[in-house]
Design a protein around this ligand. Structure first.
Ligand SMILES: Cc1cc2nc3c(=O)[nH]c(=O)nc-3n(C[C@H](O)[C@H](O)[C@H](O)COP(=O)(O)OP(=O)(O)OC[C@H]3O[C@@H](n4cnc5c(N)ncnc54)[C@H](O)[C@@H]3O)c2cc1C
Length: 436
């Protein structure tokens, strides 16, 4: 057995959450280690290079939310640009301009005058909305109470779906996704060389602060005794002792790793989780058959297409990298989903097959292990209250944030909790109390 020195903080999982937590812990002077089962860091934020094209695990956009603010605060070097959001909608098998600004609002054939007026009012109002007001109601309730024109409703469903990847309007809490839509109105960023470049920046920053990495090492157990966390045990027998352990795996894996998890909040967090998946088709095309058609929402279909090359450097030879999603909801059918995505591409970029350089199809990838829904009993983490020193982070440990924003926000919550607890322990007359 390989016994390692004792760390202040051991982090299970080297994705965005794990790397962010590691940087903040090490920045605060804590001896920190990240243990990752894959041979490279990044989790779902990795980028694969194929025939000169950079493919994320499905298209990724950085919103104006916690992740971007965190990466900026850490001084990460991020290159990329904001894409134009002028685009089209697919309705009854045809492409039509969707209203994203004044001109497209007037020209779109999708809306009646009444519908156009309603959208105009909402485009002005949305940015100022106090979204927390709607945290406890479903998206469908919000839409039905606030939007009246049937096509306006359809368009908003498409926007909310695109912003969150979720197809469950009766379950999805309205407040968080309204907030995400507000963020997206400020524009998103597509990253040069994909999110793998961001992972490299996170890794470099973590190394600068002295974080240790153990890759290609799967954790099999997190031991605790008398309500106090003890060590991480890896499949190869490596034992990493740590005062604090942050688990950034899925809630189901976190539950498996911790003995007697059924007697902890990990049980509730696992049980309440609703996974969100997507089928992703990415293609690199030598040129675009229809250069104007780069950004398309399905309105009566749960699909989405974006040429990310219009705003980011994603290929060495000028090929255009298009990302497409089929938002899967509860039902998935990988073959049917691929067919629908290819048909979408036929409609938007007819003749694409003869321009194809390379493609990547991911039939079912987990976008998030859980999201903000109205059946949630509680928001997960940061601390597992029953076991001192045990924490969770990851996009499912959201307290209102979505996607990578939840990964970074939950990572910082865990570190803040650890630091606050230590500070309290240093103060005289300290009695152990729960920190809310
Ligand atoms: C198709 C798709 C599109 C997306 N689009 C966007 C977007 O546009 N904008 C956005 O903000 N977010 C987007 N996301 C979400 C974003 O990718 C994730 O929120 C983020 O990458 C998750 O990071 P994480 O660290 O929370 O989890 P992960 O990346 O899953 O990291 C968990 C890590 O734990 C490791 N691990 C698991 N078990 C063990 C074990 N037993 N021992 C050791 N290591 C272990 C895994 O290998 C992994 O590296 C998208 C995701 C997908 C899949």
């Amino acid at each position: 057995m390989i016994q390692m020195e004792k760390y202040d903080v051991a982090i299970v999982g080297g994705g965005v959450a794990g790397l962010t937590a590691a940087i903040y812990a090490a920045k605060a002077g804590k001896q920190t280690i990240v243990i990752e089962k894959q041979d490279r860091l990044g989790g779902r934020a990795i980028t694969n290079k194929k025939k000169g094209a950079y493919f994320n695990l499905g298209g990724h956009a950085l919103y104006h939310g916690d992740a971007l603010a965190t990466f900026r605060e850490l001084g990460l070097h991020m290159q990329g640009n904001q894409p134009s959001i002028d685009g089209y909608g697919i309705w009854k098998g045809e492409l039509s301009t969707v209203p994203t600004g004044v001109k497209s609002l007037f020209t779109t054939p999708l809306l009646s005058w009444k519908g156009k007026m309603e959208v105009a009012v909402w485009l002005g109002k949305l940015g100022k909305l106090d979204t927390h007001h709607y945290d406890q109601i479903s998206l469908r309730e919000w839409i039905e109470a606030n939007l009246h024109d049937p096509m306006v409703r359809n368009l908003f469903y498409a926007l909310f779906r695109t912003a969150s990847y979720v197809v469950a309007p009766d379950l999805q809490a309205a407040g968080p996704v309204l907030k995400q839509l507000q963020n997206s109105l400020q524009g998103v960023m597509y990253l040069d060389r994909g999110w793998g470049a961001l992972v490299d920046e996170l890794r470099k920053k973590a190394s600068e602060y002295g974080v240790h990495f153990l890759t290609n090492n799967k954790v099999k157990c997190i031991e605790h005794q008398k309500g106090i966390v003890q060590h991480v045990l890896c499949e190869d027998g490596t034992k990493v002792r740590a005062r604090n352990i942050i688990v950034t795996t899925s809630p189901a894996i976190a539950y498996q790793l911790v003995p007697h998890a059924e007697a902890t909040a990990l049980h509730t967090w696992k049980e309440q989780a609703i996974e969100v998946t997507a089928a992703c088709l990415d293609v690199a095309l030598r040129r675009l058959p229809k250069p104007k058609q780069q950004f398309v929402y399905g309105i009566d279909q749960t699909v989405f297409l974006s040429n990310q090359s219009r705003a980011a450097y994603l290929s060495e030879d000028g090929a255009q990298v298009i990302s497409m999603f089929k938002y899967q909801g509860m039902e998935t059918n990988p073959e049917k989903d691929l067919q629908e995505l290819e048909q979408t591409l036929d409609l938007v970029q007819p003749g694409w097959q003869s321009e194809l350089v390379v493609k990547q199809y991911l039939p079912k990838i987990t976008v998030c292990h859980d999201f903000m829904h109205i059946k949630r009993q509680e928001n997960p983490g940061p601390a597992v209250p029953e076991i001192n020193g045990l924490y969770v982070a990851g996009e499912w440990a959201s307290h209102g944030e979505l996607l990578a924003d939840a990964s970074t926000a939950s990572a910082k919550r865990a570190i803040e909790h650890i630091l606050l607890l230590e500070e309290m322990e240093r103060t005289p007359n300290y009695e152990h109390r729960d920190i809310v």
